[in-house]
Design a protein. Sequence first.
Length: 469
Amino acid sequence: MRFPHDFFFGAASAAYQVEGAWNEDGKGVSNWDVFSKIPGKTFEGTNGDIAVDHYHRYKEDIRLMAEMGLESYRFSVAWTRIIPDGDGEINPQGLAFYNALIDECLHYGIVPFVTLYHWDLPQVLEEAGGWTNKRTVDAFSKYATTCFKAFGDRVKHWITFNETIVFCSLGYLDGAHPPGISHNPRLYFQATHNVFVAHARAVEEYKKLRQYGEIGITHVFSPAFPADGQADNAQAADHANQYSLAWFYDPILKGAYPDYVVGQLKERGWTPDWTAEELTVLKWAAPKNDFIGLNYYQPQRVIKHNPTAEDKPAAQQVIAGAPGKVSFDGVYKTVSLEDKKYTKWGWEISPEGLLEGLRMLRGAYGDIKLYITENGLGDQDPVENGQILDADRVEYIREHLKAVKQGLREGLHIKGYYAWSVIDLLSWLNGFKKQYGFIYVDQQNNLTRKRKLSFGWYKQVIANRGGEL
Ligand SMILES: C[C@@]1(C(=O)O)OC[C@H]2O[C@@H](O)[C@H](O)[C@@H](O)[C@H]2O1
């Protein structure tokens, strides 16, 4: 079986992680431009000042994407290039860059799939409270509408936010992302709610413009499964899915928050300051949402946890996604299992977890349109005689594409697969050490690009529409 003709074989990146040019052509300062320069916050002090210089080399990069036969490129717009101080004047040089990037994609017949927010918030807004401040919601509406009007004649696929759970939990619970606040569930839930309202307002503005494209949001998709058959671990997995799935997917797809979580937030004084008008706009926007983007890397294997004084702060690798984390409320803990395979960063390799999770998602939300907007292997790629032989990445993506194909056989409405990432880039917490790309970037030799083993493999898969998988 080949993948359908209207299924996108794509790959992705994000502005702060690829562009560099952090202070060029009128760009404003973002929270990550500041946070990454606070000693100890990033791996070996790496930052996105240069990243992999996609800002100046995008033509070479897109030419390589075209050589691969890539059908769609998912990239994010840096808000600070468009409106440098967040909600003030528009920067024409910022519009010019993304117009050129979009036109270069279209020159090769590559469909642009644009993420409006991939974690880099204008610093002016961060200093005013970031996503805990309603001002940011209004500012996002202006920024999104500016992008729709500037690029919407050629961009027909829009993602509002990338992984709300990550930038809010790392920002307000773990303190590992801007604004670097730890253990503040009230601010965490407030920030997530404001993001959902900003999403709903952007859907409303987009539909008003009648540009006849599609708009959605991308969430982490990490379904929780009990580590064994014990009843309390099953209950812990249900709790994990309520807080890490339902809290994020329900307001977008059902237009209302899950009662299980709402009830517990009320008991603990963590209820966001939502208004009737905001809850109404969530309800209005839900059926207008055209798709949901899923970033799948691994499932969560969960056991019930009983908080003790011995609980230690999470290790860096655990904060960055490896099992072993105690949930913010202490109710459960993620664990690794003897019979599973793991990456060098301790992430489980589980294509079956993707398929099982997709079936669970259909049970909860029905036959919704889905894109796998990220999936890939973070690795330190082996280099032999100057060749990057990332056979493990080929294996990882092959097995996950086979799971997607099985999902299609079962009638799941999956419309595309975007490998993370098209090119080696800056990892927020792992610097340049954790590679994801089909294209290698030589950090020791003027950021020279080189095709990896996986580049030629993915080219073949696309040419055959996955018929051989
Ligand atoms: C934490 C980490 C990683 O670096 O491994 O997970 C995978 C991938 O997720 C993306 O949404 C982030 O933008 C990208 O930087 C990566 O981030």
